[in-house]
Design a protein. Structure first.
Length: 232
């Protein structure tokens, strides 16, 4: 079985999409976002924070029962703890392990081209308990995209470097380091015109959204000069 939380919720069983009701999806997502078994009490109060403790626990019992009937063996209940069944592959965990290795420099950039770095954690879900997990995942993936783009450019994979840097910019248009990584990727490709275009876009965004000039104002800030020896 494979549980996917990046992009949209999916539970795949033998490669086929399993139908899980909304409460069951929320239950699995809460458990999956924790790196260790979680108590019934924690899950109950996370999913039903505005009800009494007795009502929240009753709702949880019902949710567990219905999930077990529709998809037996996905969730394991041991005493007062809940955890995913052994052998379930969770894309968030897999991506977290890979991004940590990329940031540590122990994975070659070209070996990470297929990494799942282009989706946020359940972006269409509006759940208070999920916000911290979403923010942590986004910051990790943006840092990783920038590191990946820089490494790819250094290894001569210029198109892939630009693609990774663009993904970081699109995810957070006010992130200075993402824009600068994108511009450097274009320059490493020898594409000064495209770098200048992205620089102009970078400046427009910061003026419109923040009313300030960004930290980089011209290609000269990257050590680039024109053919006449003056700042580009």
């Amino acid at each position: 079985m494979e549980l996917n939380l990046l992009g949209e919720f999916q539970l795949l069983v033998n490669g086929e999409l399993a139908q899980i009701n909304q409460t069951g999806q929320r239950l699995l997502a809460v458990v999956a976002c924790r790196s260790a078994p979680v108590t019934r009490s924690q899950v109950a109060h996370v999913l039903w924070p505005d009800t009494t403790s007795a009502r929240a626990h009753a709702n949880l019992r019902t949710a567990i029962y219905r999930l077990e009937r529709s998809r037996p063996g996905v969730l394991l209940v041991s005493g007062s703890y809940l955890r995913l069944a052994d052998g379930i592959c969770v894309d968030v965990d897999r991506t977290r392990r890979l991004t940590t290795r990329i940031l540590a420099g122990v994975v070659r950039p070209e070996d990470a081209l297929d990494a799942a770095l282009y989706e946020d954690l359940l972006p269409d879900w509006d759940e208070d308990w999920l916000v911290e997990h979403q923010s942590r995942h986004r910051q990790l993936r943006l840092s990783c995209l920038e590191t990946l783009a820089t490494g790819l450019a250094e290894h001569g994979h210029h198109g892939a470097a630009v693609h990774a840097a663009l993904a970081a910019v699109q995810a957070d248009s006010l992130r200075d380091s993402a824009h600068e990584t994108l511009i450097r990727a274009c320059l490493s490709q020898g594409n000064r015109h495209q770098a200048q275009t992205y620089l102009a876009s970078y400046r427009r965004i910061f003026r419109a959204e923040l009313g300030i000039e960004p930290s980089v104002r011209s290609l000269a800030d990257f050590g680039i000069v024109s053919r006449h020896g003056v700042p580009a």
